[in-house]
Design a protein around this ligand. Structure first.
Ligand code: ZN
Length: 137
């Protein structure tokens, strides 16, 4: 027998419970920057520590925390007010870095966040062993 779950208080039921193209009545959106998107991706999707995430983005921990807080506020606003979320990829205040591999035989390049030059890998497209470690900044 499991323990009885503790009562949890909810002060507001969501007005918007479904987020898809046909459910947006208004055309309003919240605008997320690529920086904010990356902070959320690293912290909540990649599940790495704030310290590591800040280092990966080349910012201090307080700055990372501020970026993440801003992203949370915008996403929360979109959830509560039923707004679309737009990510502004065209604002170029960032540098795209890439860690992965490239294939000498077919030319294919692919991202692998855990890539290292010591790993033996084969091409994901042509299965060649002639693969090199690739980092782009
Ligand atoms: Zn290949």
């Amino acid at each position: 027998m499991g323990r009885k779950a503790l009562q949890k208080w909810v002060h507001r039921i969501p007005d918007n419970h479904y987020f898809s193209r046909e459910h947006f009545s208004k055309n309003e959106s919240v605008n997320l920057t690529v920086i904010e998107f990356e902070a959320m991706r690293l912290k909540h999707y990649g599940r790495i520590t704030q310290e590591k995430a800040a280092k990966k983005m080349g910012v201090s921990q307080p700055t990372f925390s501020r970026i993440l807080g801003s992203a949370h506020e915008k996403i929360t606003k979109a959830l509560i007010e039923g707004k679309k979320i737009k990510i502004h990829v065209e604002d170029h205040h960032y540098t795209v870095s890439f860690t992965g591999y490239g294939c000498l035989d077919c030319g294919h390049e692919w991202e692998d966040i855990s890539a290292s030059k010591d790993k033996k890998v084969i091409c994901v497209r042509c299965f060649s062993k002639h693969v090199y470690y690739l980092v782009k900044y």
